[in-house]
Write a protein of this length. Structure first.
Length: 202
């Protein structure tokens, strides 16, 4: 397990739309910490510090969430709610975790060997953006790399074809398609011109 990052959080006594708006103007993001068997805790975190921590340690990293009363919680960022227009953080869902209890998380998909695939006149069409997995929080990576350089022709890469780290189990069917490999079809220039001329006549 890599070193835990630290994020300072502040408890909120009032959690409503008005106070949340004021927090955002002050450079903070309203947040809540979900704790197993307990009520969630309303907190606030500095937006810049949160972005820096996620960039440094990764989307699925574990953090010491420290409070002003010297208490700390081991947790991770579960979900970030963004403004649909500006993309700014509106609210962050944090989750308390235990090193001994498995959790679920979404792994981003990274493709390796796309240049070799292109040389073979093939193209990768992702069928999903993330793969949901289950495992101990300290074992969950940020992403999963799929190497397509050895693909020889048209085929589907399914969950069963993906190599996951030890202790990480996919929460999807083994037959679920992750990536479709298809041929790159190049149109003949004459045919293309004929189609353009045909469209122009309508």
């Amino acid at each position: 397990m890599s070193e835990l990052g630290t994020i300072a959080i502040e408890k909120r006594d009032i959690a409503n739309r008005r106070s949340s708006k004021q927090l955002r103007k002050s450079g903070y993001v309203p947040a809540s910490i979900s704790c197993k068997g307990k009520e969630s805790i309303s907190v606030a975190v500095k937006a810049d510090e949160l972005r820096k921590s996620l960039t440094t340690y990764g989307r699925n990293a574990l953090f010491n969430l420290t409070m002003s009363d010297d208490n700390s919680i081991t947790g991770m960022v579960k979900e970030i709610h963004l403004s649909p227009l500006k993309g700014e953080m509106l609210h962050v869902d944090l989750q308390e975790v235990s090193f001994h209890e498995a959790i679920k998380a979404d792994l981003s998909i990274r493709l390796k060997g796309l240049d070799i695939l292109e040389f073979k006149k093939l193209m990768a069409l992702p069928q999903m953006d993330v793969i949901r997995v289950k495992g101990l929080p300290q074992d969950i990576p940020d992403d999963i790399t799929i190497d397509v350089s050895n693909v020889k022709g048209v085929e589907n890469i399914n969950i069963s074809d993906v190599k996951f780290p030890e202790g990480i189990v996919p929460e999807l069917s083994s037959e679920q398609c992750v990536i479709s490999i298809v041929e790159v079809k190049r149109q003949d220039n004459n045919n293309s011109n004929e189609k353009i001329a045909e469209i122009a006549t309508y």
